[in-house]
Design a binder for this molecule. Sequence first.
Ligand code: AMP
Length: 181
Amino acid sequence: MGPPGVGKGTQAKRINHELEIAHISTGDLLRTEIRAKTDVGIIAKKFIDKGKLVPDEFLLDIVRDRLKKTDCDNGYILDGFPRTLDQAIGFEIIMNESDQVLDKVISLSADEDELVDRLVKRGLESGRSDDNSAVIRKRQKIYWEKTEPLLDFYNKKGLLKNIDGLGEIEEITDRILITIK
Ligand code: AMP
């Protein structure tokens, strides 16, 4: 978990490579739906382009389906999910259905202004339609309102590890690996 631009995707890819588990980015799954112009994709695009969260029921369906794939049998790392309390509760139900447990929640933190600069740069390079400064600020605001309270939810369960998200990419990966291995 962590605000937009903190490096969740970059780190999740490195961790999944290291641990040989599946990497599940709900943002990537939604962007795949958008490219394929599915019904979900058409609805999701409207929310994503405004920097808003896609409604919980879509996310829970997408995640439930994705976790049934065999590459998740050895475990998985979720990137960008859950983002609301209702998603976290829905995710607990999904895990219970298949006798799974959540091992750890990693929260990456960093300075907000630095993150905006990083994301504007990413938008120029990748063409991601939601990486422009107005939408980024909106996504950050939503993070603090809807997602950040989840840290307390997971902290109370004893699952949360806070990691400083500033520094070299390799260094941050090492910090994460130490806490989860
Ligand atoms: P990301 O690639 O994780 O930055 O996600 C890009 C956008 O996809 C977000 O700003 C949301 O609009 C949408 N999205 C991704 N994951 C979720 C989620 N768990 N809940 C709601 N919307 C999401």
